[in-house]
Structures are given as C-alpha cells and as structure tokens.
Design a protein around this ligand. Structure first.
Ligand code: ASN
Ligand code: ZN
Ligand code: CA
Length: 344
C-alpha cells in the first residue's frame, strides 16, 4: 500500500475541532504525523507499565489509532479516539511552540517525534512524560476529581519535562526540583497561549480543564498567587526546598506571572488574577512572549542539574542580558520580579 501524508480533523474533548496531519496507508488513516517527526498516538487499552526505579519489566501498549475517513473522535469520551485527538493535538501545539518560537526541532532537538498513550490504566488520575520510552502517557481520570488528563497545558507541561531532561536536567528534588516543575508549568502555559484555541483559552492556571467538582479547586496550580492551591509557596524562604516539587515550583511560577503581567489585580480572558509581592513593590510586566524567551534561554544555556533559586535568578538575568541587553527594561524587570518573590 502507498503511504502518504493526509490532512484530517479531530473533534477533541477540550479544544473543539482541530486539524490533524495524519498518515494514509492504503484505504485507512493512522493517527501519526509525518510533518512532526512521525509523532503518533496509541491506545494503552487500560493497561499499566510495571517499572521499578526507572527500569520497566513490562509496558502498556500504544496501539496506533486508525480511522476510515480521517475525521477523528466525537467530542465525548464514548469514543476512545476523542482523548487521542486531544493528545495528538497537544503534541502538535507543543512541537510547533518549541519549533516556531525557540527554533527547537522536537523535544530532544533532533527532529524525532515522540508518541502518546491514552486510556492508561483504570481511572488513572495522572499524566506523565517518560524519558525511557520518549513517550507521553495520559490517564482517563476517575471522573470525579479529574477528567481525562489530555488538556493543552498538561501536554505542554509533561513534554517540557522531556525538554528539561535533555537540557538543564534539573534534579527532581529540592530547589532544582521546584525549578524543574516550574519550567513545565511556565512553558506548558506558553504552549496553551501559543495554541490560541477558543475552547481552551490561555490563562495562568494549570489543569483548569481537567479538574472536576470533586477536586474542590478551579485548577491544580495558580501562577499569580501559588498559595491559592493551599500548598504552594508564593515566596522563597530557606525551607522552600523541603516542599514537594509541585509546591516549591510556586516561587518561580509566581516570578513568571509577575514578569509577564505585573503585580496587582487584572482580568485576562475572563479570569481574575491578583498577584502580590513579598516586599510591597510594584512590578511592571514585560509580556508573556519575552518571559518564554528568557526562561527557555536560561534553561537551555545557563541552568544545570543543581541550579537553585539563587542560580535561577542569575540564569534568567544572563538570558535577559543576551536577549535585550544589560540595563534594558527587560533585564531590570527580571531583577524586580525575582526580588518580589524574595529571591535576591
Ligand atoms: N504529572 C506529574 C508531573 O508531571 C507526574 C510526574 O512525572 N511527576 O509532575
Ligand atoms: Zn511535572
Ligand atoms: Ca491553563
């Protein structure tokens, strides 16, 4: 059979109808994108991996989704392909964000695509990137605390773990672990904004599409004021590295919000934010695009596996100096935003 690239579309769970580049094989289509390194999405069929300390003895499958007419999914979970549409779309937007904004060709920068598995396990309430398979895995959620974990910001978050691991390789504990998590929240949020999807609009919340009423909060994390989640740190203190990495990330998430949007109250796309500062200072934002540029350069040029918050300040100042000049408004704003979260 002849193999060629085809353009189809998918009706996703969270992002409306989205274009999909697929592979035509004879009279059938595969959910595999030749224009983005052959990234594909498969069905884990409710199975799980059996891994200990990073060594896997068996793995859930990734049975490639196929379709007869190249119109994928139905917008509801009754169709197993619906979550696959979101996952493939999330990979596409993440790929395009890194390529078009940062000139990075794929997660590893080598043009190679990754793959996604959806319907992992039974009511699995998580999603994760795994370096050892170079793949993404999404649970369906239990339906009461989480729905399927296939939203854009989750995809961007998880695949950014792959970028971090190929670049700064921030150790996943202590302050460097918080910076690793924050990198995924910051760049995952940039992916969500980049996609400019009218059904899943840009915001500074993490996981707002996947939480259900049983979760009790509007999102997993809140970048404007991380303590809104009840656990995250708004400001650096000498004990911040003792927190779970998903909470010590708050300091850098807060820094990124302040640097993009500035301190104080603001409503964007219908979401209200009110970002405080530790020192009572007023921070003026420089816009999210510059924050993405500065953070990505800091991550890929200056941070190392042991970078802590003090080192992140230096790394982002160096990045801002390279991009905008020493003493530029952007450079000064980076310094002010770190000071406002008590990193000096
Ligand atoms: N969803 C979690 C995260 O990305 C799972 C993990 O890999 N720690 O932080
Ligand atoms: Zn993470
Ligand atoms: Ca979001």
């Amino acid at each position: 059979d002849s193999i060629e690239t085809a353009t189809g579309d998918g009706t996703s769970l969270y992002g409306g109808t989205v274009p999909l580049e697929t592979t035509q094989s004879g009279s059938s289509y595969q959910l595999k994108d030749p224009t983005r390194g052959n990234t594909y999405t498969g069905d884990a069929e409710g199975k799980t991996d059996l891994c200990f300390f990073g060594i896997c003895f068996s793995r859930a499958p990734a049975t490639l989704f196929t379709d007869a007419d190249n119109h994928w999914g139905s917008g509801t979970t009754a169709d197993r392909a619906t979550a696959a549409v979101d996952a493939q779309y999330g990979t596409n937007e993440t790929w395009d964000y890194y390529k078009n904004v940062h000139g990075r060709n794929g997660i590893a920068g080598d043009g190679k695509g990754s793959y996604n598995r959806v319907h992992y396990g039974n009511k699995y309430n998580n999603a994760f990137w795994d370096d050892s398979c170079f793949c993404m895995t999404y649970g369906d959620g239990d339906g009461t605390t989480f729905g399927p974990l296939v939203a854009l910001d989750v995809a961007g978050h998880e695949m950014s773990h792959g970028v971090t691991s190929k670049t700064a390789a921030l150790t996943y504990s202590g302050e460097s672990g918080g910076l690793n998590e924050a990198t995924s929240d910051i760049l995952g949020t940039m992916v969500e904004w980049y996609a400019n999807n009218s059904s899943d609009t840009g915001d500074y919340l993490i996981g707002e599409k996947i939480v259900k009423p049983g979760f009790g909060k509007a999102a997993l994390r809140f970048m404007d004021k991380p303590s809104k989640d009840g656990s995250s740190a708004d400001y650096w203190s000498s004990s911040v590295g003792n927190l779970d990495v998903h909470y010590s990330s708050g300091v850098a998430n807060h820094f990124a919000y302040l640097l993009a949007e500035g301190s104080g109250a603001k409503t964007i796309n219908g979401v209200s934010y009110d970002s405080p500062t530790s020192n009572g200072s007023t921070v003026t934002g420089i816009g999210r695009d510059k924050v993405g540029k500065i953070w990505y350069r800091a991550l890929t040029v200056y941070m190392t596996s042991s970078t802590n918050y003090k080192g992140a300040r230096t790394a982002t100042l160096n990045a801002a100096k390279d991009l905008y000049g020493a003493g530029s408004a952007e450079y000064n704003a980076v310094a002010a935003a770190w000071s406002a979260v008590n990193v000096s």
